[in-house]
Design a protein around this ligand. Structure first.
Ligand SMILES: CC(C)(COP(=O)(O)OP(=O)(O)OC[C@H]1O[C@@H](n2cnc3c(N)ncnc32)[C@H](O)[C@@H]1OP(=O)(O)O)[C@@H](O)C(=O)NCCC(=O)NCCS
Length: 226
């Protein structure tokens, strides 16, 4: 037998204070939970079962989205959003210079200080404004953000006393759901077509013109701006 090797009795007192009873004699809580097992939360004096943990994860608070007027720091994220869709030829491109110039037109959807959507109300004539550059980040679509942005633009139009708001769009049903109705493109003033020459699709336009009459929307219970 090698001294100090396997089988050598430990010197008296060497193991004092150590647990020698084996793993299965210890209370379960002394072991770190194996993968897939539920941990114990002693700080709150209660045990978390896999069921309560699952309930917790599905109950996580929904992300809070704030729709607010755009600020200087929003120019870059707005540019990125619009650029992404303009590359796909879904909307017209906007230069940074253009965005700085028209920043006051913009509403943004803000989630934890991250811009996830934008839309602008651009005044065109004494009684007419256009909703432009409406975009919601792909990952955030279908949560009502687009609708909130349009409603914020319509509220702004109402505040300014603008009677009619229009949009040129490839998603007419989205706008119809907000009280807009299709109008002949020719019914809109020539001035608005100035932007079209910047469009890669010009002159083969596939956008539909829709408009909402703010006075009618106030009186008729239409969905616009509600
Ligand atoms: C169009 C867009 C702004 C909608 O934003 P969103 O946040 O996904 O839309 P919302 O969740 O607010 O949807 C509101 C309603 O419109 C409908 N809707 C959303 N996207 C739609 C689309 N592309 N076509 C038709 N209806 C649409 C929704 O189903 C919802 O209807 P409901 O109230 O009956 O359920 C967004 O899809 C987007 O950024 N698209 C790419 C850019 C673009 O096309 N912009 C418009 C240029 S004018």
């Amino acid at each position: 037998m090698v001294p100090g090797g396997a089988g050598t009795p430990a010197p008296l007192g060497a193991n004092k204070g150590r647990w020698r009873g084996g793993r299965d004699r210890l209370p379960r809580r002394f072991f770190a939970p194996a993968a897939g097992h539920t941990p114990l939360d002693f700080s709150r004096g209660r045990r978390y079962t896999s069921l309560t943990m699952a309930k917790r994860s599905t109950r996580s608070a929904p992300t809070k989205t704030t729709v607010r007027k755009a600020r200087m720091a929003d120019v870059e994220p707005i540019y990125a959003l619009v650029d992404e869709y303009s590359r796909r030829q879904i909307m017209l491109p906007r230069s940074r210079a253009d965005l700085y110039e028209s920043l006051r037109d913009f509403e943004v959807a803000d989630e934890k200080r991250r811009v996830v959507g934008c839309g602008a109300l651009a005044i065109q004539w004494d009684d007419l404004a256009e909703i432009k550059s409406l975009a919601v980040a792909v990952a955030c679509q279908g949560r009502g953000i687009g609708r909130r942005l349009v409603r914020a633009c319509l509220a702004d139009a109402r505040r300014l006393g603008i009677g009619r708001v229009f949009a040129l769009t490839m998603v007419p049903s989205f706008f119809e759901g907000l009280g807009f109705r299709r109008v002949p493109r020719e019914s809109l003033p020539h001035k608005i077509w100035a932007d079209c020459v910047r469009c890669p699709k010009f002159p083969d336009c596939d956008e539909v013109a829709l408009a909402v009459d703010m006075a009618i929307s106030r009186g008729s219970g239409s969905k616009a701006g509600k």
